[in-house]
Ligand binder design. Sequence first.
Ligand SMILES: C[S@@+](CC[C@H](N)C(=O)[O-])C[C@H]1O[C@@H](n2cnc3c(N)ncnc32)[C@H](O)[C@@H]1O
Length: 265
Amino acid sequence: MIQLTDREFHDLVAFVRSNFGIDLSKKRLLIEARMYSVLSEKKISSFTEYFSLIRRDGSELNTMLNKLTTNHTYFMREKSHFDFLKNVILPQQERTNRMRSLRIWSAGCSTGEEAYTAVMTMRDYFGPNSGWDYRMLATDLSTHVLEAARAGVYAPESLKNIPPAWERLYFKRSGDAYLLSDEIKREVFFKRLNLMDDFRFRNPFDLIFCRNVMIYFKQETKDKLVRKFCDVLKPGGYLFIGHSETIQRDAAEFRYIEPSIYQKG
Ligand SMILES: C[S@@+](CC[C@H](N)C(=O)[O-])C[C@H]1O[C@@H](n2cnc3c(N)ncnc32)[C@H](O)[C@@H]1O
């Protein structure tokens, strides 16, 4: 095992926090364990040497981010959000949205299960040839998870909460893996985006999922991001955060609807 010196650990934590929001200050052993294979593969004997490689080679930064981000997710995670989408948001949209067009963003999408579950929920609600345009944007910092999301190949654990009818409709089994159908895959556009950057979009969103991403951020970083989400939502648009998360009452113009669901005022 190659150990971080106190100085290296401090510099790495400060660098990752200021550029990507993620707080690794309690993750010293995790960093050493996850980076061990990278350093030994490159025959690098210290983290100082590795950081100078990152400065010379931008793609190496991606390798490190791919290793240090926490990407756990699965289909139908925190199901009550998909129930709220089906029972509240979609009926509201049917009544009021004459353009029949919905813009949804899965921010911190990891391997895509959240975005794909939202697409399946909408397809289930509207039916297959409804004329509704509900393509989704799904973004993440890690290029590794985005590649997996685009491929749409999943292990059985990832499907453990999915309704059996959806499993039959949208997946094909191949050995131990489940392959997601093209009709669902083509509804999601995956893109790399660092949530710490200033983001702008041509059209505002009706709904943003940012679940289990901000748990790794400091309060100040969270508040700033919540304000940025508010700026890119339509009036009346919704923000879903993880079930164990909260947002500060005065961080932005959001109305609390129920735990982990907020609406732009
Ligand atoms: C635990 S996963 C959450 C996946 C999904 N939203 C869910 O709730 O199941 C957290 C994801 O946030 C991403 N992430 C962390 N910091 C980020 C940042 N600054 N910009 C974009 N994505 C980030 C990580 O790469 C990771 O894939």
